[in-house]
Design a protein around this ligand. Structure first.
Ligand SMILES: [Zn+2]
Ligand SMILES: [Zn+2]
Length: 299
């Protein structure tokens, strides 16, 4: 039990002002209750008011004052804090009213005929974007996000092609799997994107940023192919729909339109090129790594 969570372990903590103490207590209370939003809100507010530090020493500052366990729980909560704009990284498609088609004759290309579109705030991750993660804790948060993404991806990759009673149900189940896979891969991509954006990474943190990027690339390498094979199984479900449906019926028309559309999406090189299922930042980071390895070998 952490009855008196705000410790006074060292001299700087001894001098902890009453305001800082109370602020820490409030954050810890929200953290114990598992209130992600409140933790995030309080933390950002306290940093803005200079009650908490913002720089790269924030993690140590916290550990010294509230201990390792409470700090890691706090970082864990921040790493799972959800995007305020969407559910699981997706929004409904206004163009087709979430149906994925326009009057059964045409697929809705806005949403790739899936009825949902990616959230622009969180880049499909469903997680609070970098601007909302307290400065000084971002690298720690990203390291945990990558670990969680790998765990979830490993679980998703174990799932055999979902069985279903009907072709329509099969299509829907596989679409859910596609979204779930893409969400985790998008989490990996945001961490790589951050490494790319942080032009002013302090020298002593560069090693950690590189390690995070390498991890993200490694995990993505084993997962991205599953995106296109999942779309392939969706295409097959549409073919089955077309075979089973009465010629000229709404179901037949939509299935045919989808067969054509998904076929075209898979026909690009790489498959799904230009859609949000392509992750160019991860590809770029992977290329950079290969280049580095090659030049190291040449030396
Ligand atoms: Zn749509
Ligand atoms: Zn979002």
């Amino acid at each position: 039990m952490e009855r008196s969570p705000v410790k006074t372990k060292n001299s700087s903590a001894d001098n902890l002002g009453e305001e800082t103490k109370q602020a820490l207590e409030a954050v810890l209370k929200a953290s114990r209750m598992g209130d992600h939003e409140e933790v995030l809100r309080l933390f950002l507010k306290d940093q803005a008011q200079h009650i908490f530090p913002k720089g790269q020493h924030t993690l140590k500052w916290l550990t010294d004052r509230i201990g390792r366990r409470a700090t890691s729980r706090l970082v864990g909560i921040l790493s799972e804090a959800p995007c305020f704009n969407c559910r699981h990284g997706l929004l409904g498609c206004d163009n087709c009213e979430n149906t994925g088609h326009l009057g059964y004759d045409f697929v809705c290309e806005w949403c790739l005929s899936l009825g949902r579109v990616p959230c622009g705030f969180c880049d499909c991750t469903g997680l609070a974007s970098i601007d909302f993660i307290p400065l000084g804790l971002r690298l720690a948060v990203f390291a945990i996000r990558i670990k969680n993404a790998e765990k979830r991806l490993d679980g998703l990759l174990q799932i055999p092609t979902p069985s279903a009673e009907s072709a329509v149900a099969a299509f829907n189940k596989r679409a859910e799997l596609l979204f779930a896979l893409n969400r985790e891969i998008s989490v990996l991509q945001t961490t790589v994107g951050v490494a790319g954006d942080l032009v002013t990474v302090p020298r002593n943190l560069r090693g950690r940023v590189t390690r995070i990027t390498n991890e993200a690339v490694r995990i993505a390498a084993k997962s991205t192919r599953r995106l296109s094979t999942t779309v392939e199984t969706m295409l097959n479900a549409c073919k089955l729909c077309a075979e089973n449906a009465q010629r000229g019926s709404k179901a037949h028309k939509l299935a045919m339109a989808r067969v054509k559309y998904f076929g075209a999406l898979l026909d690009t090189d790489p498959p799904l090129k230009g859609t949000y299922f392509e992750h160019p930042l991860l590809t770029k980071a992977a290329d950079r790594l290969t280049q580095k390895k090659k030049s190291r070998k040449r030396r």
